[in-house]
Every structure is written in C-alpha cells, then in structure tokens.
Write a protein that binds this ligand. Structure first.
Ligand SMILES: [Zn+2]
Length: 99
C-alpha cells in the first residue's frame, strides 16, 4: 500500500518539475519515515488471524510465522530504528561533551 502512495507522491513531484534525483531522495525519506512510524505489518501467512491454516473453531494452532501475535516486523524497520537511536545517542553525547 505504501508503494502506491509513493508512486502518487513521485508522480506529483515530477509533475511539479523537481529533478528525478530529488524526487528519489524525498520518496526514500517518506519510506523510511513510514518504516519508523509503522514498524509492524499484519502477518502475511495467517493474514492477521494469528492462527495456522488448519484451524477451526474447535481446534486451532498458532501461526508459525508470527506465533499468534498477528503482526510481523517490516523489512528494514529494525535498521531504521537502530539508525535513529544511534543518531540520537551521538547527538546527546556531543551535547554532553561541550560545557
Ligand atoms: Zn501469522
């Protein structure tokens, strides 16, 4: 779904006459921001139900991929959060260094 939004934003920005490299940078930032704000997505294997395929009302098991959590971490979200954390830590240590 985010890819469709990105395509629309990209088309609008190119239509505004921005250079393609700048559009690519903006789209990358939007994608990273979305990964940061929404690090989880509904599990694809159980389609967000949390149970495995053979489950019925009387007998069910947890989904093997999400373990019944119904959500899985999105690809790259861990890296984005790690990068933001290290940036914040670097900035904090810089501030502490200067009296
Ligand atoms: Zn699942």
């Amino acid at each position: 779904m985010i890819l469709g939004v990105l395509a629309i934003i990209g088309a609008v920005l190119i239509g505004l006459g921005l250079p393609p490299w700048l559009v690519a940078v903006i789209l990358a930032l939007v994608l990273l921001g979305d990964l940061y704000v929404h690090p989880l997505k509904p599990c694809g294997r159980c389609s967000g139900k949390g149970t495995n395929k053979g489950s019925r009302r009387s007998a069910f098991g947890k989904c093997g991929k999400c373990g019944g959590a119904r959500q899985v971490q999105r690809l790259g979200s861990r890296q984005v959060h790690r990068a933001v954390r290290s940036l914040v830590a670097a900035r904090a240590s810089k501030k502490e260094g200067k009296p």
